[in-house]
Design a protein around this ligand. Structure first.
Ligand code: GCU
Length: 685
């Protein structure tokens, strides 16, 4: 271990209240192969955590020892039978069977049981977290705590480029690449430990926009290093995935086509994949961004997204691998004068018609909203629309549009809302959480991915408090019934301080931070209004006369996009009753009303306020509440480490400048457009 970077929640601090558990100085393993690398890592983690927190030197009971008075039993369970499926391709069920664990107290002993070694690893981290959070061990485990992860795939997507830059990265450079080379060092291992400890089981290590050197990932140039990376991750139960250049046949293969139905194209891929999986046997599959924002794809050849995805999926199937195909396909060369084309419609329009056509090792990856990770969007209608297709949800913990890890924005409350959204897809278990767990439609594969917020900054995430989104995403993906507050508390206790006042103060900052950010930025679900290209800071008309399909359509009478049946018809892509609710100005919830409707400034919302007064009030309030958050942080000086205090303080200074600009610019803009004054006469410019 070195000090080039923080250990975050794995930097276990001494804990005193569990003296009785100091008897647990022995462990024994039953049923697992002692050389299993995941078991070795689990024991290493257990020994490390217990030594740091309780001062225990853990020893394995050997044959000659008489049975100690108390020990930790690590046991392969035979409660569920391990069934090998006929083909190499696994499934949600097999993944979860291996990952499930149970911890119980038997007499003086603590027993961690699982079918797979990865279940043991998760059980160990659960036990260490219980100690680190000062939870009572008997209360937690005496009745047996059995956890089966809720989402089979729990993935982090890196947008790291091989030159070392990170697309939408707000915490330094890549720790995977430098000068087009792959870096493997101590940090690589600690990264695997960190994310495994919160239950992540898959990583995509390169940007979805696969260009330049990254196109050569599937060539001899990188195989050895990738193989090594794959092995390191596999040791922590994490599957390695690579983003693929759809046009590899052209860009590295020397062919003149990437037509998925062309025999030469297929033959090239077949040979290429044979080589790739021979050289990187631990590789689990690929992520593909096709026909999107300038990336190549099957549309060029008049083929469907399903043609493209299936071609690759059929070829990788024999290696037990999967193709994750993104649904972020839309026209990014729109004319702003054109009010018929609606970017929000594009995902559904492009992917729904082929529901049922995607092969069983294809997963469609769907961004949570129909646009692009705004602070507030409706849930994508593909979730609950698609019924015969493997699907996973994509969220973004890189805070591209949510404050760029300068502004504090704890995203778990937003993710909880998304997961809890009822899709009315006609099945009993119809929330987004049900669908992506695979339950609703009995999917072969499903899960959740986050565009990650990590980089090589000392603290991994730029702002220390942004670490709560990394930690929280993993925890929520693993146990989606956890609430945002519990997750925040775990993060704070493990990473920052165990002092109750500190814990409560930071919770008071984190929990409302998303609502506060929403208040001082774009109002009522309309989105955008950001500085073009960088996406940080206010620019109300920044995207108004642009080609990206991201408009607010404000004039002197009102604002908002009409996506009802009288407008673009987007609202009709939802199942009933969501469709009718969104379609109606009256019924549509306030927080999304400008996403779905063009309203006059004097339209009265459910809240009783007019649209314009809501804009003024929420912006003044948001700025004031941001100041309150910053003031709360100041009270922690001396109670949290200087490093953490200074880091967050400095970010808060920038957040307040940002919040003030947003508040003043948005209010002035709409005052100038509408001519309607603030009813409280506050200062507007
Ligand atoms: C956003 C982001 C891009 C990214 C894209 C994607 O538009 O700004 O940088 O490439 O999402 O999700 O592919």
């Amino acid at each position: 271990m070195n000090d080039n970077y923080a250990k975050l929640w794995l930097d276990y601090k001494p804990r005193n209240i569990h003296q009785e558990y100091k008897r647990l100085t022995y462990f024994c393993i039953e049923g697992f192969d002692r050389s299993d690398i995941i078991i070795c890592n689990a024991i290493k983690e257990l020994s490390f955590g217990l030594r740091k927190m309780l001062g225990i030197s853990l020893k394995e009971i050997d044959e000659n020892d008489s049975t100690p008075e108390a020990y930790i039993l690590i046991r392969k369970t035979n409660k569920i039978s391990e069934k090998k499926s006929a083909d190499k391709l696994s499934s949600n069920k097999e993944i979860l069977d291996r990952e499930e664990f149970e911890i119980s107290i038997r007499g003086n002993n603590l027993c961690i049981e699982a079918l797979g070694s990865v279940g043991i690893l998760y059980g160990v981290f659960d036990f260490l977290r219980t100690i680190a959070c000062d939870r009572n061990i008997p209360d937690t485990y005496s009745k047996g705590r059995k956890i089966r992860p809720t989402n089979p795939l729990r993935m982090l997507d890196h947008w790291d480029n091989m030159d070392g830059n990170i697309e939408r990265g707000y915490s330094g450079k890549s720790f995977f690449y430098e000068n087009n080379e792959i870096i493997i060092n101590e940090r690589t291992y600690d990264y695997a430990r960190l994310i495994a400890s919160v239950g992540i089981n898959a990583v995509v290590i390169n940007n979805v926009n696969v260009k330049a050197a990254a196109s050569y990932m599937i060539t001899d140039r990188y195989f050895d290093k990738l193989n090594k990376l794959g092995e390191i991750f596999a040791g922590y139960g994490i599957g390695l995935f690579i983003s693929l250049n759809y046009a590899s046949t052209i860009e590295i293969g020397g062919l003149d086509s990437a037509d998925p139905l062309d025999e030469n194209v297929r033959a090239w891929w077949k040979e290429k994949m044979a080589e790739v999986f021979r050289r990187i046997p631990s590789l689990k599959g690929f992520l593909v961004k096709a026909d999107s924002e300038g990336r190549p794809g099957p549309f060029t050849y008049g083929r469907t997204q399903a043609d493209g995805a299936n071609m690759l999926a059929d070829i990788v199937k024999e290696y037990g691998a999967i193709i994750i195909w993104r649904c972020f396909v839309y026209n990014c060369r729109q004319d702003w004068r054109d009010t018929k084309t609606d970017r929000a419609r594009a995902g559904y329009d492009n992917f729904m018609p082929m529901d049922g056509d995607y092969h069983d090792n294809v997963i469609l990856q769907i961004k949570n909203g129909p646009m692009d990770f705004q602070i507030r969007e409706p849930v994508s209608p593909l979730l609950g629309g698609l019924r015969k297709t493997n699907q996973m949800l994509e969220v973004q913990i890189a805070q591209e549009y949510t404050g760029q890890q300068i502004d504090v924005c704890y995203l778990i409350p937003m993710f909880k809302e998304i997961l809890g959204f009822k899709t009315y897809c006609g099945k009993e278990n119809d929330t987004v959480a049900d669908i992506i767990s695979g339950e609703t439609f009995g999917s072969r594969f499903s899960g959740i991915a986050a565009v990650t917020n990590t980089g090589n900054d000392f603290n991994w995430t730029g702002n220390y408090l942004a670490g709560a989104n990394l930690f929280g995403f993993g925890r929520l993906a693993f146990e989606n019934n956890l609430d945002a507050e519990t997750i925040a508390e775990e993060f704070i206790r493990m990473t920052i301080s165990d002092d109750d006042r500190v814990v409560n103060t930071i919770k008071e900052i984190l929990l409302p931070s998303r609502a506060i950010y929403e208040k001082y930025t774009c109002p009522l679900g309309i989105g955008w209004m950001v500085t073009p290209a960088t996406h940080y800071g206010c620019s109300v008309d920044g995207y108004e006369y642009d080609r990206w399909g991201t408009y607010h359509r404000a004039d002197h009478l009102g604002l908002g996009v009409d996506r009802s049946d009288k407008g673009t018809g987007y609202a009709l892509q939802y199942n009933e009753p969501n469709s009718s609710v969104y379609n109606s100005k009256k019924k549509c919830p306030d927080e999304l009303v400008l996403f779905f409707h063009h309203l006059s400034y004097d339209h009265v919302l459910h809240s009783g306020k007019t649209v314009i007064q809501h804009i003024y009030d929420s912006h003044f309030e948001g700025f004031d509440e941001a100041k309150e958050m910053a003031a709360k942080w100041e009270t922690l000086k001396g109670d949290v480490s200087n490093e953490i205090y200074t880091n967050v303080s400095e970010r808060f200074k920038r957040q307040l400048l940002n919040a003030r600009e947003w508040c003043d610019q948005v209010n002035s803009y709409f005052y100038r457009k509408s001519g309607i004054p603030d009813k409280y006469g506050r200062q507007i410019w």
